[in-house]
Design a binder for this molecule. Structure first.
Ligand code: NAD
Length: 432
């Protein structure tokens, strides 16, 4: 199966289903599932006080080659240009062998905060002396995870002497959560070990919760681009590559740019995280905390010129699962996971890292050439046309007129729509 699907964007939704079914990406059951979406009765089991289902578009980014494997990437996002940008960057990467990616083991950390500890030094020693007992108690909470070769692995104990409420101890439980995101698994464990920690340290447990700074669960993606694949009308590839590195340099030294650089990465990352039913707030929290790990907020993806080639690399925490949470409860998330063929949480994280890097490339590429507004505006114009009340073929006509006049605004859309409808009424009465 190839993720290279030329002209896919021009097809109707039905034709896209057919094209994907012909290639073997989708089964007839998958297509019915996509038509059904999330039903109210299922939604009612997911959160509290449900009164409806909120829809978002699910698209697929094409052209992705990750570790030599063709991947069709499901993306759920409300912003135009994200899917197109990822697909365009993935095509350039594909012409140079695609992305390589790797992910660490699924190690998550849960924290137990202990206050009123009589002797911090002794408490640290005592917690470590009881490590085996504490780990056994943690692992007794999740026989499934232990059976899969995962589970609690080690303890780290830190004394924090200066905090706004005085000295405290934090005990960190490292756990291999295998193919889960792991928050429930780890939270259950830290809640279970807290009373034992109280006994062995003499402290009073307060917080018992996972940390979202999942820096032992990093994913990395790399790409090496020959400059010619970056050439655009009027600009040779070497100039584009050099400008991309120059643009990246601002993100290195300036958090104002780094925030936007990373926002572009998260456009891609979040879209896949949401499509697969994973917790995007957790991934966002981890990403930005990791970006600030040196004390200064910096870029998650890095670009350099090496022997005339443009090399890109992304590294970020990616706590995502292929089991647990909403991944199997939401029917479309389950389908999205199947579509990606991600056999494990690590394989999923690898693809997401590649998508993040592709999205960063797409943004930088557009920014250093025509700017992002041109491509963005064409898609954005359709949304503005809909917001102004356009329906059916009016949407395309109003959008095109706005782009031509470089006025993509609600008031312009309303004016154009009025004019268009008046003209049509006039035509209709002429014919009558
Ligand atoms: P979960 O408890 O639904 O699933 C994990 C469990 O699935 C494991 O404990 C294990 O018993 C079982 N399992 C079966 N097959 C497995 C396999 N191959 N690999 C690993 N485990 C397997 O979910 P979770 O992943 O522990 O937690 C994720 C959920 O927690 C998300 O919904 C998230 O939104 C939520 N959450 C997040 C936070 C946070 O990020 N701070 C806090 C609380 C809850």
């Amino acid at each position: 199966m190839s993720s290279r699907l030329p002209g896919f964007y021009n097809l109707s939704i039905e034709s896209r289903w057919r094209a994907l079914a012909e290639q073997g990406w989708l089964s007839p059951e998958d297509i019915s599932e996509l038509q059904r979406g999330l039903e109210l009765s299922r939604a009612d089991k997911m959160i509290e006080n449900v009164i409806g289902v909120y829809g978002l578009p699910l698209g697929v980014a094409t052209n992705f080659l990750v570790n030599g494997r063709d991947v069709l990437v499901p993306m759920v996002v409300e912003e135009p240009s994200v899917v197109a940008g990822a697909s365009k960057a993935a095509l350039a990467a594909r012409e140079c062998g695609g992305f390589t990616a790797e992910a660490d083991e699924s190690l998550m950390v849960g924290q137990v905060q202990l206050l009123d500890v009589p002797d911090l030094e002794r408490a640290v020693q005592s917690a470590l002396q009881h490590q085996a007992e504490i780990l056994a108690l943690a692992n007794a909470q999740d026989p499934v995870l232990s059976g899969l070769g995962g589970g609690a692995r080690s303890l780290r104990v830190r004394a924090l002497t200066e905090t706004p409420v005085g000295p405290m101890l934090v005990v960190e439980l490292e756990c291999d959560v295998r193919d889960a995101m792991g928050a429930n698994a780890v939270n259950t464990m830290v809640e279970a070990i807290a009373p034992l920690l109280a006994t062995v340290t003499g402290g009073r447990p307060n917080l018992r919760i996972i940390t979202n700074l999942a820096d032992r669960r990093l994913a990395r993606a790399r790409v090496r681009l020959r400059p010619e694949v970056l050439a655009v009308q009027g600009l040779d590839g070497q100039t584009v590559a050099r400008r991309i590195v120059e643009a990246y340099a601002l993100a290195v030294v300036d958090p104002y740019r780094a925030a936007t650089h990373n926002k572009g990465i998260m456009n891609g990352v979040d879209a896949v995280v949401i499509a697969t039913g994973n917790d995007w707030r957790a991934v966002e929290a981890g990403a930005h905390a990791y970006a600030a790990r040196s004390g200064r907020y910096g870029p998650l993806a890095h670009w350099q010129l090496v022997d005339g080639e443009l090399h890109g690399e992304l590294e970020m925490p990616l706590a995502v699962g292929t089991v647990g949470g909403a991944t199997r409860v939401h029917p479309v998330a389950r389908l999205a996971l199947g579509l990606m063929g991600a056999s494990s949480a690590r394989a999923l994280a690898e693809v997401i890292a590649a998508v993040g890097l592709a999205q960063n490339l797409a943004a930088l590429w557009a920014l250093v050439t025509e700017g992002i507004q041109r491509g963005h505006m064409e898609l954005h114009a359709r949304q503005v046309a809909v917001a102004a009340g356009a329906t059916g073929d009016e949407i395309e006509a109003v959008a095109r007129a706005m782009v031509a006049s470089r006025e993509v605004r609600l008031d312009a859309a309303q004016r154009l729509l009025q004019q268009m409808r008046k003209r049509r009424q006039g035509d209709a009465s002429d014919e009558a």
